[in-house]
Design a protein around this ligand. Sequence first.
Ligand SMILES: CC(C)(COP(=O)(O)OP(=O)(O)OC[C@H]1O[C@@H](n2cnc3c(N)ncnc32)[C@H](O)[C@@H]1OP(=O)(O)O)[C@@H](O)C(=O)NCCC(=O)NCCS
Length: 339
Amino acid sequence: MSLKLPAVGNSQILSVGSYRPKRLVPNSEIVDRIDSSDEWIQQRTGIQSRRFAGPDETIITMAQAACESALKRANLTIAEIDTLILATITYPFQAPSAATDLINVLGNPKAAAFDISAACAGFCYGVAMASDLVRTGSAKNVLVVGVEKISDFTDPDDRATAFIFGDGAGAVIIGRSDEARIGPVVWGSDADSRDAILLNPAYTEFRNSPDKGVSEIGWPNISQQGQAVYRWAVFTVSKVGIKALEAAGVRPDELGAFIPHQANMRIIESMAKEIKIPANVVIADDIRVNGNTSAASIPLAMDVLLEKHPHLHGTLALLIGYGAGLVFAAQVVQLPPKP
Ligand SMILES: CC(C)(COP(=O)(O)OP(=O)(O)OC[C@H]1O[C@@H](n2cnc3c(N)ncnc32)[C@H](O)[C@@H]1OP(=O)(O)O)[C@@H](O)C(=O)NCCC(=O)NCCS
């Protein structure tokens, strides 16, 4: 005896929305404490500035603003959303989830809601899950939001990280479609490199000294092995992008845009070269003004790109997320229609 299920359908991104904190922080505000310079940061990463959230700009308020913008553009109400997936690594509470707080604030406390922790790949993981929930009929309209307040977890005196990260939120709504508009995800881990990026450098100490109290270990801040992550992103993660194109049956010259995780402009340019992205494809470079916003970076970059280049609405884009874990995920999507 088997189940009587509807045929698997298709999914699409209906809209995108984002929120950027009000305070723009130029490199000049960061450099003194880490003995660096605007020139060094721009040359190594492309970053000119980032945004830091103020006390009134929380994970929930930033995500709420991004979701409300996406809802408006999709012409949907929150009552029509049946599932909320929230990707973050900087919500400072283990439970209840940020997603349940957010869905309550948005006004539909009965919808399914949960957090995922896949660092800078979190948004692409969320899109993959939302797409398959919609395709199989488990959900009708899914809000996927990536949101980070990394400034709360960054040591301003750490030369290896203080200049990289920023705060913000980006959201998409994924719903049904008559045609395939979200490709299969190509995802996975390199979990033997767990120590390459840590949001808790005291993790090893904690693991090795279970008798030490949490208060002795202190507040977690992000740390990373910059060069190892750089090489992994360019040489391993680029191949994931190539596989995602193949899985979707799309050639690089059929893309309108390339929207990889905004970690470093040099990584983005090297990835584009490895994947053989042609010169006419628009490459997201939001990193320059908004830094690395982890799970929020791809939807934030998508929103800015569509604002700057309205002709990209409805064209195909390759998304690639990667980060702490190490984890990665990539898919080809059709960018949402013009609202
Ligand atoms: C972080 C990153 C920009 C550092 O650049 P790098 O070229 O690897 O830098 P290194 O640590 O090898 O240091 C090179 C030199 O710059 C100096 N340096 C390091 N950090 C510096 C800083 N913040 N400002 C100025 N100089 C710095 C070092 O002292 C070293 O000097 P030396 O050559 O005289 O010894 C780069 O490794 C990177 O972007 N990695 C990927 C990180 C990433 O994307 N993480 C997020 C993934 S989700």
